[in-house]
Design a binder for this molecule. Sequence first.
Ligand code: DC
Length: 241
Amino acid sequence: MSAERAGGQVALRGVVAMDGPSGTGKSTVSRRLAQACGAAYLDTGAMYRAATLAALRAGLTEQTPAEEIARVATGAPMESGTDPSSPTITLDGDDVSAEIRGPEVTGFVSAVSAVPEVRAAMVDRQHALIGAATGAGGGIVVEGRDIGTVVVPDAPLKVYLTASPEVRAARRGRQDAKAGRGSDMHATLADVERRDRLDSSRRVSPLYAAADALVLDTDLLSADAVLDRLRELVVERGLDG
Ligand code: DC
């Protein structure tokens, strides 16, 4: 494999599993990798966020019994669009891409995504979307927390992105500012650390790197550098069509 070839147009076949906590640059590089490879892109975090928005709209809170959260969240009529140049997520037919990034959803999503029935329903939907994308020999980049460990344990390329909480909080702050959401650095850092704790310690499908995942620390790596490495890996693993 030559780096030159990896830098050119690469067509992806199969699944690239991208895991890691928030603020590691996962969404940016996953989308860009899918675009560069003519592949589909699935943001599974957006699915848990849409399920959480459905729970909030139904008036549920962290005090609501898990069975009721499961009933509302698993029944939420959502659709995920997997085009990496304009990924969408709808709830009841409305595009909720912006609303699911707000503080109410962010504050409640770890609790909703820890409910085993919610996870089972989301994983079923994810398998259907991944099957549709790969069925005719195509490829898909799937990002989340449990893609390489639970959703696609036999993915031919698994990457786990990490970064220090401070760097991740700073990235989140910049994203919030760009989206017109005010945020406080200390509160953002506290939220990043709280979600890490909850996502890593939940009983079902906790966040951790699969044993066969390539771990990339993005503290000192630009998105371009990570993308270059991923394109090389696609070629090295023979996933270019
Ligand atoms: O990637 P994100 O921050 O949009 O994800 C939102 C939440 O969803 C995150 O706190 C954990 C949860 N999540 C999950 O449990 N499993 C996934 N595959 C993706 C996200």
